[in-house]
Design a protein around this ligand. Sequence first.
Ligand SMILES: Cc1cc2nc3c(=O)[nH]c(=O)nc-3n(C[C@H](O)[C@H](O)[C@H](O)COP(=O)(O)OP(=O)(O)OC[C@H]3O[C@@H](n4cnc5c(N)ncnc54)[C@H](O)[C@@H]3O)c2cc1C
Length: 489
Amino acid sequence: MNKRVAVIGGGLGGLSGAIYLARLGYQVDLYEQNQQVGGKMGEWQSSGFRFDTGPSLLTMPFVIEDLFESSSVDLRDTVLPFIPIEPVCRYFFPDSSILDTFVDREKMRNAVNAFSPQSAEQIDQFLNYSKRIYDITHDLFVTHPVHEFSTLFKIKTWTSLLRFWQIDPFRTVHQSTKRFFDDDRLVQLFDRYATYNGSNPFQAPATLNIIPYVEFGLGSYYVKGGMIKLIHALEKRAKYLGVNIHLNRRVERIEHNDESVQGLSVNNTFIPYSNILCNADVVDTFTRLVKKKHKYDKLEPSLSGLVFLWGIDRSFPQLAHHNIFFSDDYEQEFRQLFNTKTAPLDPTVYVSITCKSDPSHAPEGNENWFVLVNMPYLTKDQDWSQIAVQTKKTILSKLEKYGLAIKNHIVTEKQISPPDYQTHYGSNKGSIYGISSNTPSMAFRRPANRYKGLKGLYFAGGSAHPGGGIPLTLLSGKMAAELLHKYSI
Ligand SMILES: Cc1cc2nc3c(=O)[nH]c(=O)nc-3n(C[C@H](O)[C@H](O)[C@H](O)COP(=O)(O)OP(=O)(O)OC[C@H]3O[C@@H](n4cnc5c(N)ncnc54)[C@H](O)[C@@H]3O)c2cc1C
């Protein structure tokens, strides 16, 4: 067995893959093009404010515990203090109504009952349905490499496949939420979960209705000190296990013959490897690093996003840690995002204020606002500087209607737009979650963790199986590492 492997990219998928490979006894060289690891999960500090630049919500913390081989008590108390967030989110609707959602089922039922009495029972039915999808799919689609023939021989696979119709793959997310809820506001609220992997609720299979159970059934967390603490802990763990992390090292090519990988070109130098775990975007890898024809560029990318980080010199007690301000016409918003691929005229606005849970993130009496609106993936006709200026105006006037006049209170600001995801992390067309899950085949057959067309090439990250988001990306690193180990013996 050749024990030396390369990892391309130090995002969550690459760090996870590197850690699992090191645990399996490999000597791992990780190459990251930027001056720090973490990829889309970053941090920005300015004038006494600190901001997460990417993820703000942590789910499935047991995936992290597995990575650290640590009991929850150890990990949560010392290395990574996970803070449970209640309410999980505060939703503001165009008709001025407000709903807080909770992990605690009793609190959730009461909140929904007060908001929309006819929906109190429907919420229970919906969350039970969401849990059923999780129970059936978790083993087959989330924790196993579904493209591997060996997965088919597992008894649990057959149990899942026999119950396939119960995971609701033939309706769209929206068609199913409409079946559960009479109140259109709750339909909109639960439709939004399709955007957690960058998809369109009016097209994506209802199997994505698994996501609410992940958030409400398994818990919603923040990491005290900032989400960047997770990256620091992973980096430390990787180094402790002997992973060599090379920063500012852009991989220019994956060298290969017709059958297998031969090594990497980094800074014009050839370095031989017979096994490579790639955390770079799958489409970008085939297009620029492998230079091989592939089918993935025909698949629709997921959503991108426009982020504003605003330090605000006052506080808003009416807001929670996570807040959503919905658009008036959700279907139109998605037509603009996916059909015309233009910025939504009335975007749904997400505002995360981490100093609500960790006051050290902003000077006293001030708040750190992370503001995100969904955006289409990159096309030739978009002018992002103009879109950003217009969208900022739209957001500010929208928030003002909710009594949040912040325009004259922004004391520091940073903006991250779709081209940044492409330029800084190599994300295909600026997409945040790889390909979208807008059809059943795209949802269930994401790019595999082992590329069968070239021996020695494995993929980990949000653009590969099982998908984007913190826990799935970490799991993809585990699957890719285990497959590499299995096939290199
Ligand atoms: C604004 C935003 C909000 C989000 N919110 C959440 C959330 O609340 N909860 C959640 O779970 N998820 C969320 N996500 C999604 C989550 O951040 C991603 O799914 C995850 O971070 C992706 O990790 P990755 O390893 O796949 O990719 P990346 O983070 O893109 O890492 C890939 C790495 O590879 C490097 N690389 C690429 N090409 C090369 C090369 N040729 N040579 C060397 N290095 C290379 C890049 O520089 C990068 O560091 C959010 C994402 C964004 C952008």
